[in-house]
Design a protein around this ligand. Structure first.
Ligand code: CNA
Length: 284
């Protein structure tokens, strides 16, 4: 299960991180409440805020991050049952993770439809209009609004989610959750629908959903930057050489994560040296 946190290193803000998350930066849209920007009832009355935001977030200049390539590596190793992502940025497609293995649970920008007559519109059609700061409208029912196929609050999840989930929750033997606050349902409930004896790993900046860091029988919580944590994990597993073969050499987010890792190592070594010094001084 992945969420907006794995794409932050690509330059796309998440929703709920204090200060940098989208919800803390919506003043300019004059919304009645933050979630309104992705609410289908609100969109029907005022589509402008979403269209302005969609222009800013439009997936074009963003590259997949180490977390995306970690998922791809899991697949290459024959270990990936499914990647349920909440992200709408299509970075899984850009990382070329097998499409069969990915469930874009909240849809994505790849296509769009008229919300009245459901006529399909291409991504390019919608993009061109949004980039001209206009609102995409249907050419058949004239007033029908056209929006990318991302799931708004008040809309159902894609069929693929409902078709695959019942089988997947029975088959899964390890759940890895990365970069999500696990507050949006029904997506978040996957973590509790899996069998009780299925171990779960949370890799996130903060606590999320049902994870219990004190439950050593089931949950493992790795708190911190998810890019750094997946690199540490792959190094522990001796997978890092395989990983380097699939991630582009010039990946900016990989370079940044490796720099952070190096810095953390130096800080930990300094703390350790100071602790040893302290113990030595105390025993004198
Ligand atoms: P969220 O509620 O904003 O939560 C993000 C979580 O990721 C938080 O718990 C953060 O602490 C954590 N996080 C942020 N950065 C990092 C990091 N570097 N390392 C580790 N953890 C980090 O977002 P969710 O995905 O949980 O919420 C679901 C919404 C967000 C979905 O409907 C998405 O469509 C929507 N969204 C998607 C994108 C995208 O596609 N990139 C961007 C923004 C929002």
């Amino acid at each position: 299960m992945t969420g907006a946190g794995i794409s932050v290193a690509a330059g796309i803000p998440d929703f709920r991180t204090k200060g940098t998350g989208l919800y803390d930066n919506l003043e300019k849209y004059n919304l009645p409440y933050a979630e309104a920007i992705f609410d289908i009832s609100y969109f029907k009355t005022n589509p402008k805020p979403f269209c302005v935001l969609a222009k800013e977030m439009w997936p074009s200049n963003f590259d997949p991050t180490p977390c995306h390539y970690f998922v791809k590596l899991l697949d290459q190793k024959g270990l990936l049952l499914r990647n349920y992502t909440q992200n709408i940025d299509t970075l899984e497609r850009m990382a070329e993770i097998d499409n069969e293995k990915v469930v874009e649970s909240h849809g994505c920008f790849a296509n769009g439809h008229c919300i009245s007559c459901h006529k399909e519109f291409s991504k390019e059609f919608i993009r061109d209009i949004i980039f001209e700061d206009k609102i995409p409208k249907c050419d058949i029912c004239e007033d029908g609004l056209v929006k990318p196929d991302i799931t708004f609050f008040g809309e159902g999840l894609p069929e693929k989610f409902h078709n695959l989930l019942p089988k997947d929750v029975k088959e899964v033997d390890l759940l890895i959750v990365i970069g999500t606050s696990l507050v949006v349902h029904p997506f978040a409930s996957i973590a509790t629908r899996i069998p009780f004896d299925c171990p779960r790993i949370l890799i996130n900046m903060e606590e999320a959903g049902p994870f219990d860091q004190n439950d050593k029988t089931r949950d493992v919580c790795l708190f911190g930057d998810c890019q750094v944590k997946v690199i540490e994990l792959m190094k522990e597993l001796d997978w890092f050489d395989d990983f380097k073969k699939i991630i582009p050499e010039d990946s900016k987010s990989l370079k940044e994560a490796l720099e952070k890792l190096e810095k953390l190592k130096t800080e930990n070594e300094t703390i350790e040296e100071k602790n040893i010094e302290k113990v030595e001084n105390e025993s004198k």
